[in-house]
Design a protein. Structure first.
Length: 169
């Protein structure tokens, strides 16, 4: 009986911690979404939208739906370059998109009529205003965490870095 308990105990503990491991990975991605329109404001279905992570070359593509909308989910965090292409329109390129944990920027693309060989490049940061979720969150940089004088290295002390958080005594 004692052998069976000692053999099963590590397996049971492992099974208990699987949800904790899965939830630690759940929030380490971001997504980009938006709508593709022409210069007159009409929606453009069938546009190939591709994002490329600048540092690694990782790419993900989507095609805009009947309403011109597109979604690129589960993107690793980091800097990205967005491209949109449709025959008969100029290519659209936007750089300077930096995704952080759980970021969901809406990047609306406006394609101009033109030859296929023409390309429009936008060098600007995407607006990082969250409009789809009522949750409140903040990204704390690694360097700031390392420099923080945590009493006993309690992870809950990191909450005090966020504006509006106080300690109830």
């Amino acid at each position: 009986m004692k052998r069976m308990v000692t053999a099963l105990l590590p397996a049971i503990l492992f099974l208990l911690f699987i949800p904790a491991f899965a939830s630690a990975q759940a929030g380490s991605t971001a997504q980009i979404s938006g709508a593709v329109k022409d210069q007159s404001g009409g929606v453009l279905p069938g546009v190939d939208v591709t994002v490329t992570q600048v540092e690694t070359g990782f790419t993900r593509s989507a095609v805009s739906d009947d309403n011109g909308g597109y979604v690129l989910p589960n993107l690793p965090v980091g800097p990205y370059r967005l491209e949109a292409n449709l025959a008969g329109f100029r290519s659209y390129v936007q750089t300077g998109i930096v995704l952080t944990v759980n970021a969901t920027p809406a990047i609306n693309v406006v394609l101009a009529l033109g030859a296929v060989s023409e390309q429009l490049t936008i060098r600007a940061n995407a607006a990082m205003v969250e409009t789809r979720s009522t949750g409140v969150g903040q990204l704390i940089e690694n360097q700031r965490v390392l420099e923080l004088p945590l009493n006993g290295r309690q992870v809950t002390d990191l909450l005090l870095l966020s504006p509006g958080v106080t300690v109830n005594t």
